[in-house]
Design a protein around this ligand. Structure first.
Ligand code: FES
Ligand code: FES
Length: 152
């Protein structure tokens, strides 16, 4: 099967029902996407398909019908996306395991709403769990990213 991942066409010899989480990690070596629960409960595996956040543990390879973006496709350490830069500014990550999923969810959110209330942020981010409890810093980083998008 052929996929577009972070702007590159990639091929993998996989079954239709293989979750994209495992296509990305095990077949294509895209390791920014993380396995947390495997049952759509934690958000660690969040990627974008056509800009929409999706849980890649529940997205079958055969159902992919648009370009996939992972954390690797947002920016680089030298040229971070607005959300990645806000995450760095607020030093959000603790162990870091959940953070690529958090950033993918936050990225889609601030592009939809660049002037969110605390409640908006908590609603948007509530499906992404963080065992380290970085939620207050996530909220601040989302606010900073939204503000920087407003002035951009
Ligand atoms: S691994 Fe997909 S939501 Fe937890
Ligand atoms: S930073 Fe450790 S699980 Fe979120």
């Amino acid at each position: 099967m052929q996929f577009t991942i972070n702007g590159k066409v990639m091929e993998a010899d996989v079954e239709d029902d293989m979750p994209m989480l495992w296509v990305l990690r095990d077949e294509l070596g895209v390791l920014g996407v993380k396995y947390g629960c495997g049952i759509a409960q934690c958000g660690a595996c969040t990627v974008h398909m056509d800009g929409i956040p999706m849980r890649s543990c529940q997205l079958r390879a055969g159902d992919v019908d648009g370009p996939i973006t992972t954390i690797e496709g947002l920016g680089t350490p030298e040229a971070m996306s607005v959300v990645q830069a806000a995450w760095a500014e607020h030093q959000v990550a603790q162990c870091g395991y959940c953070q690529s999923g958090q950033i993918m969810t936050a990225t889609a959110f601030v592009l939809e709403n660049n002037n969110p209330t605390d409640e908006d942020i908590d609603d948007a981010m509530s499906g992404n769990l963080c065992r380290c409890g970085t939620y207050p810093r996530i909220r601040e980083a989302v606010k900073t990213a939204a503000k920087n998008l407003r002035v951009a």
